[in-house]
Structures are given as C-alpha cells and as structure tokens.
Design a protein around this ligand. Structure first.
Ligand code: 1BN
Ligand code: ZN
Length: 362
C-alpha cells in the first residue's frame, strides 16, 4: 500500500511542471468568442476628445506652419509628463508648388521599456490638416484651410489614447505610434501620403519587425460609418474580419458596417505595398461625412460616442490578437519555463519523499 502511494507521489511530482503549461497549450485559435467578455476596455472617450481640442486650439496644422510645430511640442510635453514614452523625429523636406521648401516631420512614439529585439504592431494617424478646403460648398472658401478636427486630429487622439491604455492599463509595450506629416495635401500641389511614403522608404521602417498596422483617419465624426475599406479588406482580411466581428459583439455595429467599400488612397497603402498587413479605419467621406475637406471640419463635428466605439473596439481587438500570438509561442520557449509556484510545490514534496525513503532504508 505504502509502496503504491510512493509510486503515485513520484509520478505526480514528475508530471507537475506540465500542469503549469496547460493553460497556454489549451488556447485555441478562435479567441474572439471566448475572450471578448474577459477583457475590460479602458479607452476613455473624454480624454480622446480633449486631445482633439488640444490640437485644434492651434488652428489648421498645415505642413511647415507654426501650428503644426506647436502640435508637435504639445504632444512631446504630454509624453514627457507621462515619463514612459520615447519620441523619435524623422525630419525631411519637400518643395511646395510655389518653390518654397517646407520642413516636414514624422513622429515615432514608442514605450520607453520596449525590447529592441521584439516584433511590434503600429498605430498610425496623420497630424497635418489640409491647406485648402477644396470641397467646401462655398467656392469662395476653397482656398481657406481645413481645421481638421476629424480629418487629422481625431486619428491622432485615438492613437494616443489607445497607446496610453495599452501601456498603462494592459502592460502591452510591443507597439509604436507613428504620426505622419503631409498626408493630406494631395491634388493641391503635392501628392497624398508624403510622410508615410517617406517613412516606409527610410531606414526607420523595420519591415521584418512589424506584425501589422492600424490606421485611424476621420474616426470622430457624428454618426460615423466605418465600412471595410477596399485595400484593407483585400490585403489584410483576417484583421479586418476580427475588428468588424468584435465591433458587432460589442454592440457597435451601427458604426462598423460589415460591408466592403471603396479602395482609399491613405497612409496604410505604403505599408500594404511593402507587405505589412494594414487596416484603415475611416469614415465614409463620400456618402456620410459631409464636412470632408471643407471649412466645417471643426470640433462641432466630433462625437464622443464615435471615439468610444472606435477606441474600445480596437483596444479589445489588439488584446485578442496579442493573446492569439502568445498562443503561437514556439514549443522550446515553454519547455523550460516552469513557474516559481510549481517549484514551491515540487521541492518540499521531493524532500518529503527522500526523507521517507531514507527512513525506510535505515
Ligand atoms: C484621407 C483623409 N484622405 C484624405 N483625407 C485620403 C484620400 C486621398 C481620400 C485621395 C480621397 C482621395
Ligand atoms: Zn483629408
């Protein structure tokens, strides 16, 4: 009887470390169904709204303007106060149609504690606003600048607020926020996407380390409608499906319309062209967002409900995807990772067995 008890005890001790691995091994691939309810969203729509106010207070953020420089300073000051961010400035320049050379700056914001060997995902937005409101219903205003509360500031606000909750509430640090200059000056002297194209052709673009990218553009409009943007849906479909399915489960399907839409030339395109899966969350500015490229793109267009729907949906998506990638960890990495709590049980039990054996033999 005693012998059998000892045999069971030895077998139990032998297999004990395996018990500590089973939760990880047990994670399936269809995580969205299981995990949605276990994640709490922390994205705060009021903080996002305030970040939009912080930007528009400077006026239109035209490339090379004092307002865009003030915006950079404001973002930097906030990062310094938090004390957990590192900002890299990518400086370049481009000649405007009138011959004047314009200084441009992409901002790359990373958590300070980032592991340099780890892969990471990207949160993208443009922080310039359009020089000319060439879609304004009043032709007399076509040469006025666009305030860009939605087209520019809302994307920056959602990316920055998401960064805050990912790092400080969920302890996720394998991401970067990139804010592009000169996205929005196409067909009025420049091309579109000047900043993002410059970035993907620079040595700061670490293709092999980037897992995927999510772009936020016009994500704060009243009654916004986010359809599956055509390029994203074609080249990053699994991520698109994850986002729109989660939005549905979180009761945000009034904003996230699960239908494919037009292909839009936006800052995700240079990433897709380089082979990085990238999704554009963008309001339907053709049929829905009437203030697009007009002088009416001001704070009055912004809705906290929309900011919340986008922010919380993407927050839960990122947690779900993160959990998914964790479950794909290669086997060797957890063969040796017996947790401390397991050793706390193993060592005393082994000692008991040895003492018993010793007493029996002596
Ligand atoms: C997004 C926001 N875009 C401009 N403002 C990109 C775009 C480029 C949209 C070309 C339509 C045409
Ligand atoms: Zn625009």
């Amino acid at each position: 009887m005693i012998k059998r008890y000892r045999l069971f005890l030895l077998i139990f001790i032998f297999f004990l470390p395996i018990l500590s691995f089973t939760p990880r091994l047990g994670l399936g691939h269809d995580l969205s169904t299981n995990l949605t309810s276990s994640f709490n969203p922390y994205f705060n729509e009021t903080k996002a709204y305030e970040l939009i106010e912080d930007q528009v207070q400077f006026g239109p953020r035209i490339p090379g303007s004092e307002a865009i420089e003030n915006t950079r300073r404001m973002i930097e000051n906030k990062a310094v106060i938090d004390g957990v961010w590192e900002i890299e400035y990518q400086n370049f320049s481009k000649e405007w149609i009138e011959g004047e050379n314009v200084s441009l700056v992409n901002m790359i914001i990373s958590p300070t504690i980032q592991n340099p060997n780890q892969s990471y995902f990207l949160l993208l937005a443009h922080y310039d606003s359009r020089k000319w409101a060439d879609q304004d219903p009043n032709p007399a205003l076509w040469r006025n600048p666009v305030m860009g509360a939605n087209d520019g500031a809302s994307g920056v606000a959602v990316a920055l607020e998401l960064g805050r909750v990912l790092l400080l509430k969920h302890q996720i640090s394998n991401f970067k926020i990139i804010l592009f200059d000169a996205e929005d000056q196409g067909s009025i002297g420049w091309n579109w996407l000047v900043g993002s194209r410059y970035f993907v052709n620079s040595n700061l673009f670490q293709k092999d380390k980037i897992t995927y990218a999510i772009l936020f553009d016009m994500v704060g409009g009243n009654n916004a409608l986010f359809k599956r943007e055509g390029y994203s849906d074609q080249y990053a479909r699994p991520l698109v499906s994850e986002i729109w399915n989660l939005a549905d489960k979180m009761n945000y399907s009034q904003f996230f319309i699960n239908k494919s839409w037009s292909k839009i030339t936006d800052d995700h395109l240079p990433f897709l062209e380089k082979g990085v899966p990238a999704v554009d969350i963008i309001d339907d500015f053709i049929n829905n967002y009437k203030a697009w490229h007009t002088t009416s793109d001001t704070l009055s267009q912004i809705s906290k409900e929309t900011l919340k729907a986008v922010g919380q949906t993407i927050e839960i998506t990122l947690l779900t995807v993160q959990q998914n990638t964790d479950s794909y960890l290669p086997l060797p990495s957890f063969t040796f990772q017996t947790s401390i709590s397991t050793w706390i049980v193993i060592l005393p039990l082994t000692a008991v067995v040895f003492i018993k054996l010793y007493h029996k033999n002596s």
